[in-house]
Design a protein around this ligand. Structure first.
Ligand code: SF4
Length: 287
């Protein structure tokens, strides 16, 4: 079987930094204990499980907001995930006197800062993102006046009475979907400032999916909750038109899909550990 490992692979800079901050905190005896993670540090269950085994306590509950989870703790260290948090969370942690370790990715911080700057200058801000994604929740927590767009049809409902409009986005969206949304926004509001904030890691991985050779099947490896992983799957399947499957690891790989396949490509999200991809490739070599 021909196997094409699509580059780049491995962690992006934001994930490397977030994991190093966790690692340093765990190793440093002076870090106030307990150490809490406010939500998954990155979207990869294997990585989070590893941190839990090292003594970190994960604060996560789909029925509770981050502020509710934060209110359940009173001492120690709290680590904010790479997806960022709203200003309210930051202030609350500070007021509680917690030791804060902020692992927010620089690309996400840039979006926060740009939105704050434009709000201060009288702009109506539009944010394009995924509903309930932690990165989107963190940004929307900056101000209730931010208009949230989840898909292109939401633009039809907009009725903005302000000449000054600024639009930006979640860092891990599909650049192809986003482009269509920006074009439609520009047609509706010709003066709008469009500020594409898809991060570099997401951009180059999606471009690699488009430029990949023709294969019988493409495997995207990553956590089902990882936004950038899901978008790689979407780009390969819907834009590139290649039969594509998503799997978390070798165990969850649907082996029935490999029957009669002569060529395979393999990509992975920016939060997928390399050893998981390598294990799948080793398995494919045995077929
Ligand atoms: S995928 Fe992009 S935004 Fe997310 S952590 Fe990596 S570099 Fe940062």
């Amino acid at each position: 079987m021909k196997i094409n490992k699509i580059e780049p692979q491995g962690y992006c800079k934001g994930v490397i930094r977030a994991l190093k901050l966790c690692d340093d905190a765990i190793k440093n005896e002076k870090t106030p204990r307990p150490i809490y993670l406010l939500g998954s540090i990155i979207h990869n269950s294997f990585v989070v499980e590893d941190l839990k085994n090292k003594g970190v306590i994960l604060l996560e509950n789909p029925k509770k907001s981050k502020i509710e989870l934060l209110n359940e703790i009173n001492d120690g260290t709290v680590i904010f995930s790479a997806h960022g948090v709203s200003p309210e969370i930051y202030l609350e942690a500070k007021e509680k006197g917690l030791n804060i370790i902020d692992a927010t990715c620089g690309y996400v911080l840039m979006v926060h800062n740009k939105i704050k700057e434009h709000l201060d200058n009288g702009y109506t801000c539009i944010y394009i993102g995924t509903k309930n994604h932690p990165e989107a929740l963190g940004v929307l927590g900056i101000s209730s006046s931010i208009i949230f767009i989840n898909n292109i049809d939401d633009i039809d409902k907009l009725n903005i009475d302000n000449e000054k409009i600024y639009a930006t986005n979640q860092t891990t969206l599909s650049k192809y979907d986003l482009n269509d949304i920006f074009v439609k926004l520009k047609n509706k509001y010709p003066n709008i400032i469009i500020d594409d904030k898809i991060c570099n890691a997401t951009t180059i991985r999606q471009e690699a999916m488009i430029n990949q050779e023709d294969v019988d099947l493409c495997i995207v490896v990553g956590d089902p909750n990882s936004s950038n992983t899901k978008k790689l799957y979407k780009v390969s399947k819907e834009i590139r038109g290649i039969d594509t499957i998503l799997c978390e690891d070798l165990k969850s790989l649907d082996k029935s899909k490999l029957k009669g396949i002569n060529s395979i490509s393999i990509s992975s999200g920016a939060s997928t550990p390399s050893y998981i991809v390598d294990e799948i490739i080793e398995y494919l070599k045995t077929i």
